[in-house]
Design a protein around this ligand. Structure first.
Ligand code: ZN
Ligand code: ZN
Length: 282
């Protein structure tokens, strides 16, 4: 039975620390760490052991602590929602969700409650919010275009392969995909289309604009066929061009030193916009 109690407002998040550990773990890890910290009051050490599967004598709680600190969850938040039904916790958090970090924590809990389909936030997947948050933290205090480019040059990868029953699944790094999209300002490398979300305006600062743009990332050699989850194996595409690769209407070709897209239906070849190193095994 749930023990209900009157809860005050959610204590302010105190974001500190770097995103390295946050980015090393999957969305499900983030979600479970946050949930068990807020609802079960688990210590950093037990989170490392029970959720992340680490040897606590070795990790000393550092990994889950880093994930929590990156989001701004500190001691005052530990078991804040203990005994509180998820729906009530969501109602408490909802007024704060104009801020990214709160929205992300809210989305983890929504996901946990499996209510996200019914919620207005549904158009933003949790994986994408997670990655966008990481990128926004990573680019914090950077406004200069060149500096943004420099920071995006740092490439983290956190792909994972896992088995469920007899099937293998491949999860690519959402943050890495987000970094690639930022590189191309969310323009398709082939047709230069951009997908907009409501509230995009040209006058917004670049990092703000990115929140209202969308693009797909395609793995040139699919992960299931041994392709790497590195930027050199990725393209930033619009949904149409992306689909054309999967139907094999589009194929990539190498001509001397440059890459071309060959359309097998029209027989036309066209160049790609290229702003990152692409490895092509042809
Ligand atoms: Zn396109
Ligand atoms: Zn694809």
């Amino acid at each position: 039975m749930n023990r209900r109690r009157i809860l005050p407002g959610f204590p302010p998040l105190q974001q500190t620390g770097r995103g390295r550990e946050f980015n090393q773990y999957s969305l499900d890890d983030h979600k479970e760490v946050v949930y068990h910290y807020l609802f079960k009051g688990m210590s950093h050490r037990s989170l490392d052991k029970e959720i992340l599967g680490l040897d606590p004598a070795y990790s000393r709680g550092f990994q889950s602590m880093s994930i929590l600190h990156f989001l701004g969850l500190v001691d005052v938040h530990k078991h804040f929602f203990e005994g509180c039904p998820l729906e009530d916790a969501l109602a408490i958090l909802k007024p704060y969700t104009k801020e990214e970090a709160y929205l992300l924590i809210y989305s983890y809990l929504l996901d946990k409650a499996q209510m996200y389909r019914e919620d207005q936030q549904a158009e933003y997947g949790v994986a994408e919010l997670d990655a966008r948050y990481w990128v926004s933290q990573f680019l914090k205090d950077v406004d200069d275009r060149q500096q943004i480019e420099n920071r995006l040059g740092f490439i983290p990868s956190s792909s994972k392969e896992f088995r469920y029953g007899t099937r293998g699944y491949y999860v690519s790094s959402p943050s890495l995909k987000e970094v690639l999209k930022c590189r191309y300002d969310f323009y398709c490398q082939i047709c230069h289309t951009r997908i907009y979300r409501p509230k995009w305006v040209r006058t917004l600062p670049i990092k703000e604009q990115w929140k209202h743009l969308n693009a797909d990332v395609h793995h040139i050699q699919s992960l299931s066929k041994g392709g790497s989850d590195l930027m050199e194996n990725m393209l930033c595409l619009c949904p149409n061009c992306h689909r054309r690769f999967h139907t094999e209407e589009h194929i990539l070709e190498k001509s001397h030193d440059h890459l071309l897209v060959f359309n097998q239906i029209s027989g036309k070849r066209s160049p790609l916009t290229i702003k990152h190193a692409i490895a092509l095994e042809l």
